[in-house]
Design a protein around this ligand. Structure first.
Ligand code: AMP
Length: 472
């Protein structure tokens, strides 16, 4: 069942603003948490980054704070400054007419400036525990008017040793506030903290997908230093030759860029995103199912609307932040007893993320080398050999024999066969794959084959020059 933001209790103005941002329907955590938060319940949300949790806690707050009251009414605590900035930006993007005010407070930035901003008044503060405590101590930040408090990534707070700071802040907040904790995992310490500071909270959990099924082959390619990911992806696509692949990227922007680059290189690829109209989505889906489009690029969120899960390949162009998302992504291949292939592209710096994934899936990753031009060529020739074997056993072969007889009077039979193969090769391997642009080594058979010329042998018969010898 698809829920709408309206049915969750958000105002019409907010819903149309969200629509305009490409948020057409709530994510699972939003659908579950928003109604509770709007009704004033304390809440524990078990959800990872990438699930839409930021909007899940931000939207109810933003609907309820009093924009005409300049005191801090809502506080969101985050473990890192990056997350504080990210949450602050997300909240600002959900605003209507630039209200309420949202301020990020974190260490490493001039405290005087932050104090000045606080003096000017703000309804919402997003901050890291250390800086928030500091400003509370200086008396510039006051929690007297606080009605809402959110602890984001509570487990990270614990890992980073911030729990005591968090406790201090929580105990300074008024008792009649609404509190929500969001955490990917529920460590006993977090539960304890929740028991102490939350009042009969409701717990919402977004289901973690199950561990990876066995029939998925998981491969990782490390992008060589100095290479772009898109350069590394192309030989992989050539060797894998996916019938249908979903390529996951982190941001909408990468989705657009990658789609354009692959299209320019001649691939059959489209982007799937939230701004597509219903009919555009359906058309893309149909073309994808019929393999008219073989590659679709999407972010995790956009891909939720793409109801295809019988893919030959899933490609993690960017690894997801959450291990659960990885499992969820690759679960779209290898269904119904078929073997699927999950490919991850990682930079040398991202290798550590693989260990987390391996620990979670309890399956080792296979590392593969980016295929060289020679390997791609060899694979294409192998494919051609298989096709020739199949053609030899087909009934239609007989209708071509008269042409062979005619040509054999002019040319050696081996020459005729090689020419026919060259034509078939050129048809099965599209021109863009025969270019040098993504070569890691240069030994394409196309380039290697010198032109076949007629020439007289000593015996007077017409013989070909050797047509298959490489000439680099
Ligand atoms: P988060 O898990 O909060 O970090 O959100 C992950 C990404 O999903 C962010 O880029 C959000 O802008 C996006 N997002 C959140 N909710 C929705 C939604 N309902 N529809 C489309 N995108 C969303």
């Amino acid at each position: 069942m698809t829920l709408s933001f309206t049915s969750l209790g958000l105002s019409a103005a907010r819903v149309s603003h969200l629509e305009a941002m490409g948020y057409h329907e709530p994510t699972a955590i939003q659908a579950e948490a928003i109604p509770h938060l709007l009704s004033g319940r304390d809440l524990i949300g078990q959800a990872q980054t990438g699930t839409g949790k930021t909007a899940a806690f931000s939207l109810p707050l933003m609907e309820q704070v009093d924009n005409n009251n300049p005191t801090v009414q809502a506080l969101v605590l985050t473990p890192t400054r990056e997350l504080a900035i990210q949450v602050c930006q997300a909240m600002r993007s959900y605003r209507l007419q630039g209200r309420p005010k949202v301020l990020a407070l974190y260490g490493g930035q001039s405290i005087e400036r932050q104090q000045e901003q606080l003096r000017r008044g703000t309804q919402i503060v997003v901050g890291t525990p250390g800086r928030v405590l500091d400003l509370l101590g200086r008396g510039t930040l006051s929690l007297k008017g606080l009605g809402w408090l959110v602890l984001d990534e509570a487990d990270e707070m614990l890992n980073m040793g911030f729990i005591q700071d968090v406790e201090k802040i929580l105990s300074q907040a008024p008792g009649d506030r609404q509190t929500a904790f969001f955490s990917a995992t529920m460590a006993p310490e977090i539960r304890e903290l929740a028991t102490k500071f939350l009042q009969s909270p409701v717990t919402v959990t977004v289901q973690s997908p199950k561990a990876s099924p066995k029939q998925i082959q998981q491969m990782t390619y490390v992008v060589p230093r100095g290479w772009t990911k898109v350069r590394a992806l192309q030989p992989i696509l050539e060797i894998e030759d996916p019938e249908t692949a979903l390529i996951f990227v982190r941001t909408r922007r990468t989705a657009g860029d990658l789609t354009r680059q692959l299209q320019a290189a001649g691939y059959s690829v489209d982007e799937y995103h939230g701004d597509l109209s219903q009919s555009q989505r359906e058309r893309l889906l149909m073309r994808f199912r019929q393999q008219q489009v073989r590659l679709v690029v999407a972010t995790d969120i956009a891909a939720r609307g793409l109801h295809v899960d019988d893919l030959t390949h899933v490609i993690n162009y960017d690894l997801p932040d959450a291990v659960e998302s990885y499992v969820h992504r690759i679960g779209r291949t290898g269904r119904a007893g078929k073997t699927g292939v999950a490919i991850s592209l990682v930079t040398p710096l991202e290798k550590y993320k693989l260990r987390q994934i391996e620990r979670h899936t309890k399956q080792p990753m296979t590392f593969a080398k980016i295929p060289t031009r020679a390997e791609i060529a060899a694979r294409n020739l192998e494919k051609l050999r298989t096709q020739v074997r199949e053609a030899i056993t087909s009934e239609r072969l007989a209708s071509f024999l008269p042409i062979v007889s005619q040509l054999s009077e002019e040319y050696d039979l081996r020459t005729v066969a090689a020419a026919a193969l060259q034509m078939a090769y050129d048809q099965t391997v599209p021109a863009w794959q025969r270019h040098d642009q993504h070569a890691t080594e240069d030994s394409s058979p196309r380039k290697a084959a010198p032109p076949v010329k007629k020439r007289k042998s000593k015996s007077g018969k017409t013989e070909p020059r050797e047509a298959t010898k490489a000439q680099d």
